[in-house]
Design a protein around this ligand. Sequence first.
Ligand code: C5P
Ligand code: MG
Length: 160
Amino acid sequence: MNIRIGQGWDNHRIVTGRPLILGGITIPCEFGLEGHSDADVLSHAITDAILGAIAAGDIGMHFPDTDPRWKGAGSLRFLKHACDLAAEAGYTIANVDSTVILERPKLKDFRLVIREALAQTMGLATDQVSVKFKTAERVGPVGEGRSAEAQAAVCLVRSS
Ligand code: C5P
Ligand code: MG
């Protein structure tokens, strides 16, 4: 089979006293996301999408949140690992599409720098990496400012 697709989803609780990191970029904000690693919800969703495309389990299987090695870990490292596994399985990434759902702050001014950081980590061109932002229209846990969510889809093409 020459083409594979994968999808990923993640969710983290909003807390004070932690940084808000999305796609490896620290967003200026008075709150952040709770998690064992750096809680980069966007990188986690993309990592799971890549792992899903090659049927290689999920992020928690590769980087358990009970393992002290991953406490405070930068999640771009997890993303790079998933890309390496995809390459070992004989696939290259054609494109990534993603959405961060967060009520505030406004994220659109950070879109390019986030896309660049993700693309660099994945060994892709910036135009292969899409990052979208949505509010939850004040509905549900995201809309009430209690959590952040991210979704991702990837397309892989067989290269060897
Ligand atoms: O959720 P909604 O459709 O109202 O979002 C409108 C626009 O605001 C989106 O196109 C998105 O680019 C931007 N946005 C943002 N930061 C957020 C949520 C949305 O920049 N946290
Ligand atoms: Mg996560």
